[in-house]
Ligand binder design. Structure first.
Ligand code: FE2
Length: 434
């Protein structure tokens, strides 16, 4: 690959691996799920969803299509927003008792991530924590294949339908942790953008900023050639750094976010904008699922889990929490200001893909340009003003850093190295933007 960003490095990776599911996109495609179930040879199907969606039209469409195919499914909906180890354990127990031969997930990232993790724990029994990398877990590799899985997203942000990643909350550590395996990739993603028609504006905004940050983080991640080559190609981690494939999907996702995010938040009847955001979210999933994210995601988990007195409109959650996309975007401008000097061309291009006016700006301006464009989009969609907008101040910087510094692989995927003081400075810069 003749590209300066991917210049060969001594002892660095000389190849990259891409994996995506079979993808179907379009309005009305949820009604095709039954035929897809038949084609995959499923006979006894588990349908994972959340308590709100379980009695709604999307799950009804999917289960009706399964019935029309002459099959039946059993619904599991004990999945909380920001799923934790209990959600996974319950899902695994359901799968073991039902002796299922296939999985359908209908929901946002919480549902799809729980489905993946529950299949792992049902088929290869072990506490989910053991699958997390050390020092949080034992770093156990998923031993083998899971059930055939059709993932159907109902929000436009997570991209989980196109990744082999699961993110699970660890309550006693006040954080989330990622585990991944090629076996966790859904076989098919059925993406019906009509699911976004009824989403509240704040959910479209939060999930939209998740997709936006996935895309910038992919595009500005350390090049795959900067990671050490692995001896066993089958064990190559999916957090492998930016590569030509992730560039392709991430840059298109950035253009979509820049053009359609404000429109999609402002007007639920703007189907063009909401459809585009759904496609952008899946593209960003196809990108970061093959490159990994970096600092904004590494810093976000503490923001979600250390806040205990805030609620957010649009989410059916009784306990206080900060939605994932908001937890990511409140530190993103400060993060990209920090990382820009290590990859200024990429930050400049990211700003341009997002629709920033470069107006003769140079590489030294790239961090400010991308930060300012994100801040502009945050203001136009009524997002919180940095960490202070979700209840944190300077006095919280130390405990936020204590929690985040454990996200070692994501931190190492950033283009610029960072130590504890650097992370504290990013959090400090993220307290308020306007
Ligand atoms: Fe995310």
């Amino acid at each position: 690959m003749a590209c300066q960003y991917f210049a060969p490095c001594e002892h660095g990776a000389g190849s990259f691996t891409i994996a995506i599911p079979k993808v179907t996109f379009g309005r009305g495609t949820l009604s095709e799920v039954g035929q897809r179930v038949t084609a995959l040879g499923m006979k006894n199907v588990a349908l994972f969803t959340d308590p709100q969606l379980a009695s709604g039209p999307y799950v009804a469409t999917v289960s009706d299509s399964i019935k029309a195919a002459g099959l039946s499914c059993q619904i599991f909906s004990e999945i909380r927003v920001e799923p934790d180890e209990t959600s996974v354990d319950s899902g695994a127990a359901f799968l073991r008792e039902g002796n299922f031969d296939g999985m359908i997930s209908v929901g946002g990232g919480s549902v799809m991530d729980t489905a993946k993790a529950a299949m792992v724990c049902a088929l290869y029994p072990s506490p989910v924590r053991h699958y997390f990398a050390k020092p949080i877990g034992e770093g156990i590799a998923v031993p083998g294949p899971l059930l055939p899985h059709i993932a159907c997203p109902t929000t436009s942000g997570t991209g989980s339908e196109c990744t082999s990643v699961s993110v699970i909350r660890i309550n006693d550590l006040n954080t989330k942790f990622v585990f991944a395996s090629p076996y966790m990739m859904p076989d098919q993603a059925v993406i019906d953008p009509a699911c976004c028609d009824s989403l509240p504006a704040n959910v479209v905004a939060s999930t939209g900023f998740d997709l936006l940050s996935h895309a910038i983080e992919c595009y500005t991640a350390k090049a795959y050639t900067q990671w050490a080559e692995v001896k066993n190609p089958n064990a190559r981690p999916l957090i492998q750094g930016a590569n030509p494939w992730s560039d392709l999907a991430a840059t298109k996702a950035l253009q979509i976010a820049g053009e359609y995010l404000v429109r999609g938040v402002a007007d639920a009847d703007d189907h063009e904008a909401r459809d585009q955001l759904m496609w952008g979210a899946s593209l960003a999933g196809m990108a970061f699922g093959n490159s990994g994210t970096h600092l904004p995601h590494a810093l976000s988990y503490a923001v979600t889990h250390l806040m205990n007195d805030i609620t957010t409109d649009g989410y059916a959650v009784k306990s206080p929490f900060v939605p994932h996309g908001i937890s990511v975007i409140v530190t993103a401008p400060a993060t990209f200001r920090y990382t820009a000097e290590a990859a200024p061309e990429r930050h400049l291009e990211a700003a341009q893909y997002l629709g920033a006016d470069l107006n003769g700006a140079g590489l030294d301006d790239s961090g400010e340009l991308v930060a300012n464009r994100i801040i502009q989009l945050m203001r136009e969609t009524n997002m919180p003003n940095g960490l202070s907008g979700v209840g944190f101040g300077e006095s919280d910087v130390a405990r936020l850093t204590d929690s985040s510094i454990r996200q070692t692989r994501a931190i190492a995927n950033a283009p610029r190295d960072s130590n504890r003081v650097d992370l504290e400075n990013i959090y400090r810069d993220a307290v308020s933007y306007w």
